[in-house]
Design a protein around this ligand. Structure first.
Ligand SMILES: *Cc1c(COP(=O)(O)O)cnc(C)c1O
Length: 500
């Protein structure tokens, strides 16, 4: 069957996957969604026999119907090559108790779950450009607060037909994240610090995207801008795979006894991308009882799930789980589109309210649907540190701060509902060593030490091993030391691309 895509703010569109991936976002500002979700219940017995790469190919074939089997296979083999994911399967399912499983998504090159999507997006994108944009060279501009920038750099590094430029706020990323970016290898990459905060970086990049003069100059050189942002369908799709994988792994291990038995899924959430992929998997036929949405102190989603009112008019907190420090969860738009009966007019109205007033109310009908599917909870920094410590001391598992937020909200859920026997898959989104300061600090007092001293202290204390990709950063020479005032970002892009 041929799969087309429409927009959350224009149900009349019908576009092929390649165009949706190349374009990133719909012209009227909506997000691309599949026109229907493939029903795969009957394929699960077959999928159960597949390894991760085989399963990924099967899932992608359902959605990328304008890609050949050969093209999909190439994308998967290149993206999830064993040497990029510490050998073996790209993800690991680790039991903590008989019903609590951690789905480790951070064995890729940058030690955070964003690798699962950003390792394969460049391959999807270059194939899409061949199909829908006559093989133009893609220029990826990224404004990052940390994890996305590095994962995108690693994904696009030396991919033919692409260039990537990443901008990060000079004072807004962790020392380890900065080190990861400024030492980046690859011939087609560029990194620049911006004087200002993340919003300044994002605003500067957005202005370049929409500058007609810049667009013309690019076109003359046979280039076009594209996006590696989490609203790109090409970033969401790869995340559907690991929810099927973890479920089928529980079946293989005999913990789930039939292909009808449901599980709970727990996700530490920021932009609502990762948990939305789980929702799509369930709409395709994966049996899920409850989606447990875990937030940090920026608990705009917890409040939304509990009240039906999305209100971003609140203080922003910098927390120990910085990749979830976000007040506008862009991918929620896709969920609300589905739950409102694909009412693109209602959607456009709510998003307009969000932009103009900073708040919207989805009303009782949609609210009840949200509450039927989702449980929302949050955990502050103190609870996060306590959970890191308790999980290490009582369960022998060293988790990062984002994963700790999920573990604590899952605890709240089981205490509140008594539903502790349903097998739960908890997304573990980063290596504890990526946020080593906060993790070590939860176990022992921190002294005057740099991130590598903390890293070795954490290794000695827990007798675990830091990922080689982080350890080796110490000896790497910085390649990108440029800092630019935000007003000069466009000039930087012109110089980097050799535009007039
Ligand atoms: C990006 C990120 C998240 C949040 O994922 P969303 O898809 O934005 O909800 C959670 N944990 C880590 C480590 C991340 O990098």
């Amino acid at each position: 069957m041929w799969m087309h895509y429409k927009s959350t703010r224009n149900s009349g569109l019908r576009l092929p996957a390649s165009q949706v991936i190349a374009q990133g976002i719909s012209q009227e500002g909506g997000l691309f969604v599949p026109e229907s979700l493939p029903q795969v219940r009957e394929k699960l017995p077959l999928w159960k026999e597949m390894d991760y790469r085989g399963l990924a190919k099967a899932v992608f074939a359902e959605f990328l119907t304008d890609f050949s089997e050969e093209e999909i296979s190439q994308c998967v083999e290149r993206a999830y090559a064993p040497d990029k994911f510490e050998g073996g399967e790209p993800v690991k399912l680790v039991p903590l108790t008989d019903s609590k499983y951690l789905l480790e998504l951070w064995h890729g090159p940058t030690c955070a779950f964003k690798d699962m999507a950003l390792q394969i997006l460049p391959h999807f994108l270059t194939k899409s450009l061949e199909k829908s944009a006559q093989g133009k060279e893609a220029v990826i501009l990224v404004a990052t607060s940390g994890d996305t920038g590095k994962a995108a750099l690693e994904g696009f590094k030396d991919v033919p037909g692409t260039r990537i430029l990443v901008f990060y706020p000079r004072d807004g990323v962790s020392p380890m994240q900065k080190r990861q970016m400024v030492t980046q290898e690859g011939e087609n990459v560029g990194v620049c610090a911006i004087e200002g905060n993340f919003d300044d970086a994002q605003t500067a990049v957005k202005a370049i995207f929409t500058d007609p003069g810049m667009k013309r100059a690019l076109a003359e050189k046979g280039m076009m801008f594209s996006s590696a942002n989490s609203i790109n369908w090409g970033r969401l799709l790869p995340q559907i795979v690991y929810y099927f994988y973890s479920y089928l792994e529980l079946v293989r291990r005999g913990r789930v006894h039939s292909l009808e038995e449901p599980i709970n899924i727990v996700v530490p959430t920021g932009n609502f991308g990762n948990i939305l992929a789980a929702y799509y998997a369930s709409r395709m036929g994966l049996p899920v009882k409850k989606f447990i949405c875990a937030s940090n102190r920026n608990k705009v989603l917890t409040d939304f799930i509990r009240t039906g009112v999305y209100d971003r008019r609140r203080e922003f907190y910098a927390t120990s789980s910085p990749s979830m420090d976000i007040l506008i969860s862009s991918n929620l738009e896709r969920l609300l589109y589905a739950l409102s009966g694909e009412d693109s007019r209602a959607l456009a109205g709510w998003m307009e309210d969000l932009k103009e007033k900073g708040v919207y109310d989805v009303g009782p009908q949609v609210r009840e649907k949200v509450q039927g599917l989702f449980y929302g909870g949050f955990c502050d920094d103190e609870g996060t540190a306590r959970t890191v410590k308790r999980t290490w001391e009582q369960e022998g598992y060293l988790c990062d701060t984002h994963t700790a937020v999920a573990l604590d909200v899952y605890r709240q859920y089981t205490e509140e509902t008594g539903d502790g026997d349903t097998p739960a898959v908890i997304a573990s989104t980063a290596s504890p060593y990526k946020f080593v300061g906060h993790v070590l600090g939860a176990l022992e007092p921190l002294g005057e030490e740099d991130e590598f001293e903390s890293l070795h202290r954490l290794e000695a204390l827990t007798r675990t091993q830091a990922p080689g990709q982080l350890v080796s950063l110490r000896g790497k020479e910085p390649r990108f030391t440029q800092v630019t005032p935000k007003e000069q970002t466009a000039a930087f892009v012109r110089r980097a691309l050799g535009l007039s």
